[in-house]
Design a protein around this ligand. Structure first.
Ligand SMILES: [Fe+2]
Length: 222
């Protein structure tokens, strides 16, 4: 059996990917973006006899945080961690989204406010937080050298980037944020909030091109 478990799910009406990460030796773990399937997520911790330390949210959107509160009710010691600039937004009234999709959203409240460069330790797994404002003001990517993976939420997908036309998006910051991911090794797995996985080596040219195009367009603006 592998020492480290990474398991992904596809959950909820927007088909978001929650990820469970467990250090089986240290018997501790975390979940990234529990947008649904809290029962299946918690099952993984029971099976591994591991303690759930953190819920990491890549950003505050309801499809990514829907089961934060359900998990916190069952595991009160778990810490909900989200980018400092999304923490207040986590308390948004999501009832319209919930009604529209007939899907309960219990986002809970932030326990830990994440700043750029902050590092969390989950047993022997390091999770480095990269602040990537753009899709939302407090979006964060979570990079782990031990896992050779980066959890990108709605900032970077296979072959495309996240939406920057939403009401709390900051489009002018998105392209500089994406450039912060350029230095990650080419073989880093991209584990996005939706859709298929990729690797950094396959996405760097797109990121550089978009950054160049955006800078060019900005300079042409009068
Ligand atoms: Fe989103």
């Amino acid at each position: 059996m592998e020492k480290i478990l990474i398991k992904s799910f596809t959950s909820g009406p927007i088909r978001v990917h929650p990820y469970v990460v467990i250090d089986r030796e240290a018997k501790v773990g975390c979940v990234i973006d529990p947008g649904g399937d809290s029962d299946l997520i918690l099952d993984e911790f029971v099976k591994a006899d591991a303690r759930l330390l953190y819920i990491f949210n890549t950003h505050y959107h309801p499809d990514h945080v829907a089961h934060n509160g359900i998990i916190k009710d069952i595991v009160p010691s778990v810490q909900i961690a989200i980018g400092v600039d999304d923490a207040k937004l986590l308390e948004t009234d999501f009832s319209n989204f919930a009604k529209h999709h007939d899907y309960p959203i219990i986002a809970g409240k932030a326990d830990v406010l994440i700043n750029d460069g902050q590092i969390f330790e989950i047993g022997n797994i390091g999770i480095k937080c990269i602040s990537v404002p753009g899709h939302t003001p407090g979006s964060v990517c979570f990079y782990s050298p031990e896992l050779k993976s980066v959890f990108t939420g709605d900032t970077l997908f296979q072959g495309l980037i996240g939406r920057i036309d939403l009401h709390t998006s900051i489009p002018e910051k998105m392209f500089d944020s994406l450039m912060k991911l350029i230095d990650l090794p080419d073989d880093t797995q991209i584990l996005p909030g939706h859709g298929r996985n990729s690797i950094m080596g396959n996405e760097k040219a797109m990121i550089r091109q978009m950054h160049t195009d955006f800078t060019f367009a900005q300079n042409k603006m009068v």
